[in-house]
Design a protein around this ligand. Sequence first.
Ligand SMILES: Cc1cc2nc3c(=O)[nH]c(=O)nc-3n(C[C@H](O)[C@H](O)[C@H](O)COP(=O)(O)O)c2cc1C
Ligand code: SF4
Length: 313
Amino acid sequence: MTPGDLQEVAQAFGNAALRAKTAGFDGVQILAAHGFFLSQLLCPRYNSRTDAYGGPIENRARLLLEVLSSIRKQVGRNYPVLVKLNGQDLVENGLTLEDSLKVGAMLEEQGIDAIEVSGGLLNVAGLMDKKTDSEEDISAFRKEAEAFKKTLRVPIILVGGIRSLQLAQKLIDEGGADYISMSRPFICEPDLIKRWKAGDSRKADCISCNQCVEQIKQGLGLQCVPLEPEPAATFFPEHLERIPAGPPHLPGTIYQIATGLEQWESGFYPVLKIQVVRDEKIIASGPSIPLSSDDPDNLLQAITTLIEKHRQR
Ligand SMILES: Cc1cc2nc3c(=O)[nH]c(=O)nc-3n(C[C@H](O)[C@H](O)[C@H](O)COP(=O)(O)O)c2cc1C
Ligand code: SF4
């Protein structure tokens, strides 16, 4: 892109912000994170320009500052203009926290109203892969947000994996951010804030499965269609016998008699289990019958003989 092309981009951002203001939006946010265009310019891995827009961070941030200036010219000083910025790119030769803090300082100097701190690049796996097992760990960019808080005066917004009012409150109380931002929880529960305000402070229902992202990738629109979490296997069959199940089961239904190991809280135990199988799926499972640990194979053998006798009758 020529410097003229870049000027066109800055102008287009300004025009877009004015359209948003005219349409009644409360504010705009410049997206300079996650490997989108402005983020690529900030990132040495992608920006190999040798002109005024490449090289030191002051140059790599030049277009972002020009975008802000173009927006300000069109929407005025009092209209909220925020930026979403990577605290760091988390890739080799990416934007570092040190450089990102410099970008933050330049944006503050030029009158940005708040900085939302995120991280990572969309074309590099893992950006949104973290699941909700340990919410504390999932607030992935808290260290970066803290660094911004320490360095700048402008309000800092933290985003990424925050799912509970308690953690949100803790992050604010500990001084790591001024505001909390969430995305997927509102796709799942658009009225989440209303629910929390009404006193029901249970964690957001969103399980961060990213199926909503898959939906938009396939052009199916934005909707929450969570993946059913796979129940963890607790029974590991070693020997199986299968016999057709009679009525009231549907034709094709099978009884599966299995011995194997079952995991209970404190370890693995030999058990016998009778399960009902249709279309290769287990549709019902009887209780586990504990076996004495020395003889599961003989017991199955006895059952197999009984079945054979039953078949021959
Ligand atoms: C459906 C969907 C679309 C998104 N689109 C963008 C996008 O275009 N640009 C961007 O920087 N982040 C995008 N994000 C990322 C979110 O803005 C947010 O940073 C991320 O989901 C982490 O926050 P969360 O854990 O609260 O969802 C998107 C997220 C979702 C779920
Ligand atoms: S599809 Fe998954 S990640 Fe997306 S909103 Fe629903 S539960 Fe959350």
